[in-house]
Write a protein that binds this ligand. Structure first.
Ligand code: 13P
Ligand code: SF4
Length: 326
C-alpha cells in the first residue's frame, strides 16, 4: 500500500457513506477512534472519544482495543504509542505535525538543559518523544499549573517549549522558570485590537482564551484554560455569547454542547487567512481516516529506548493529575 505521501493514497469507491463504512471497519478491526477537539467536525462525529490532549492520553492508556486511531497531530499519536506499546497506533496523516513541537528540536533542548544543571525539566505535551525523553515531568494545559505547584518551592524549573504557556504559568504560580522560546503559529495570531473591537460590539460576551495565546490576549480573557476547560466554562456559564481565542475546531463541540449559545471565533491579525485553523489538525479528513482503518496504515512507531525514557515523565504527569483529582 502506498503511504509515501504520509497517508494511504488509495482510491475510494464513489458514493459510499464514509461515516457508515468507518463504523463497520471499527468493529471489524477492533479499532477505536480518538479525536482532538481541533479536528474537523465530521471526524469528531465518527470518533468514539473526543477530548483535549490530557483526556486523549488518559483514555488511550485504558482502552482494550487492538487498534487506536488518533485523529489529531503526530505527538498525540506518539503519546498514545508510548503509553500503549503493544497496540497498533495509527494516524490518518503522518504530515500532521505541530509548530510548537517543531520549535523545540531535541538536540538543542538537550544543550539548553545541560547549560542549566540542577533544574527540573517540565515539558508541555506538545513535544516530540525525543524531547519527552529529556523531561522530568510532562504537563498539558489542563494540569500545568497544579503540576508546577506540586514541585518543591525551591526547585529551579526549565519549562519548554511554549513561551506563552510557560510565562503564564510562571505569572500565576510565582515560580521562577527558564522558559524555552517556542510558540504555536495558530495561537500567536490573534489580534488584540480586533479582539477589543469585538468585545465592544458584544459587551455581554465572555472571552475564552487558550494559554498558548500571547499575554496581551490572555489579559482580555474571562476564562483562560485548556480546550476542555473552555468548553466546560461555556457549558456552566449563564452568558449567551462567547468569543473564542483558540483553534476553531473547538466550536463544533461548543455549539453541540451549548444549544442556544453563540460562539464567535476571535479574529486573527490577518483577516485574509484562516489563521485560527490549525493546518496540521485539518490534514485529518474522513477519507484518510477511512483508508487508515481499511489498510491499518500509517502506523506510529517510537524507538523502544526513547519510548521507555519518555514514558516515565508522562506517567508521572498522569499520576500527579490523578492524585490531585484533575
Ligand atoms: P489542549 O491540551 O488544550 O487540548 O491543547 C492542545 C493543543 O494543541 C493546543 O494547541
Ligand atoms: Fe500544535 Fe498549535 Fe496546532 Fe495545537 S494548534 S496542534 S499547538 S500547531
Amino acid at each position: 500500500m502506498n503511504v509515501e505521501k504520509g497517508f494511504v493514497d488509495a482510491p475510494i469507491q464513489d458514493g459510499i457513506d464514509l461515516a457508515e463504512e468507518i463504523k463497520k471497519l471499527k468493529t471489524e478491526k477492533d479499532a477505536v477512534v480518538l479525536a482532538h477537539y481541533y479536528v474537523r467536525g465530521e471526524i469528531q462525529d465518527v470518533a468514539d472519544f473526543i477530548g483535549d490532549s490530557l483526556a486523549l492520553a488518559r483514555i488511550a492508556e485504558k482502552l482494550p482495543n487492538r487498534v487506536i486511531v488518533l485523529c489529531g497531530v503526530h505527538f498525540m499519536g506518539e503519546t498514545a504509542k508510548i503509553l500503549c506499546p503493544d497496540k497498533k497506533v495509527l494516524v490518518p496523516d503522518m504530515n500532521a505535525g505541530c509548530s510548537l513541537a517543531d520549535s523545540c528540536p531535541a538536540d538543542e533542548f538537550r544543550k539548553f538543559i545541560e547549560a542549566h544543571p540542577g533544574h527540573t525539566v517540565v515539558s508541555y505535551v506538545n513535544t516530540t518523544a525525543d524531547v519527552k525523553a529529556l523531561t522530568d515531568v510532562v504537563v498539558t494545559s489542563s494540569n500545568a499549573r497544579q503540576i508546577v505547584e506540586s514541585l518543591p518551592a525551591d526547585t529551579p524549573i526549565i519549562f519548554g517549549p511554549d513561551r506563552n504557556l510557560g510565562n503564564y504559568i510562571s505569572s500565576i504560580t510565582g515560580r521562577d522558570m527558564l522558559v524555552w522560546d517556542g510558540a504555536c503559529h495558530v495561537h500567536e495570531q490573534f489580534s488584540v485590537e480586533k479582539l477589543v473591537e469585538l468585545k465592544k460590539a458584544h459587551p455581554g460576551a465572555k472571552v475564552l482564551v487558550h494559554p498558548e495565546c500571547k499575554k496581551t490576549i490572555v489579559l482580555l480573557a474571562d476564562k483562560v484554560g485548556s480546550t476542555a476547560a473552555l468548553l466546560k466554562y461555556a457549558q456552566d456559564s449563564d452568558a449567551g455569547e462567547f468569543i473564542v481565542a483558540t483553534e476553531s475546531g473547538i466550536l463544533h463541540e461548543m455549539i453541540k454542547k451549548c444549544p442556544g449559545k453563540t460562539f464567535i471565533p476571535a479574529p486573527p491579525s490577518d483577516s485574509t487567512c484562516a489563521c485560527n485553523d490549525c493546518s496540521f489538525m485539518k490534514l485529518n479528513t474522513l477519507e484518510k481516516l477511512y483508508n487508515t482503518l481499511r489498510y491499518e496504515q500509517p502506523e506510529i512507531t517510537v524507538d523502544p529506548a526513547v519510548a521507555e525514557a519518555a514514558r516515565r515523565p508522562i506517567e508521572r504527569m498522569l499520576e500527579i493529575s490523578e492524585k490531585l483529582g484533575i
